[in-house]
Design a protein around this ligand. Sequence first.
Ligand code: IMP
Ligand code: MG
Length: 180
Amino acid sequence: MSYLQVLDKTFIPLLSESQILDRIQNIADEINQDYKNKQPLFLVILNGSFMFASDIFKKLSIQSRISFVKIASYKGLVSSTENPITAIGLDQNLHGQDIIILDDILDTGKTLYRFVHDVVLPMHPNSVKIGVLLYKPKACVFDIKADYVGFEIDNRFVVGYGLDYDGYARNLPEIYQLKS
Ligand code: IMP
Ligand code: MG
């Protein structure tokens, strides 16, 4: 068992590169089937999802488009309980489109919940599905479900394959979890 050191934290291997790529092939097969006669628009949430999106997109045989968005929350001028969010880089009109949102991980669910309800649904797309590589069922507290899930994992911090600790470890082709 080879440990990974990132800054002050130690990680142990969780998913190998071939496990990840095999599972992504399965998800791509499902999407190719589900969207056979459609032309979905993929919305990829940066930064963590860039590897997942790239690998899944290469395995698609349907006609589809992809767009990358970064979620930011900004402080409103009037006081409110929640800061509004904005999707930087989202320049398409989603009206009538079949949308597939891709994210690296469904953790508390806050990011996806806010993106779907504040940004995507108000534009009246034809349909919305969500694909995530990782899902932490024990961490998810928002009312949001993914339609395509790579792996269900424990409620432990993970890095690699796009996911970072303080900006580092995104480059690794496999996924590691925090050593207890
Ligand atoms: P949320 O809590 O579901 O809103 O997750 C927000 C974002 O936090 C995810 O899209 C990831 O970028 C990041 N994140 C959540 N859990 C982890 C983790 O275990 N490792 C690295 N990043 C994470
Ligand atoms: Mg993310």
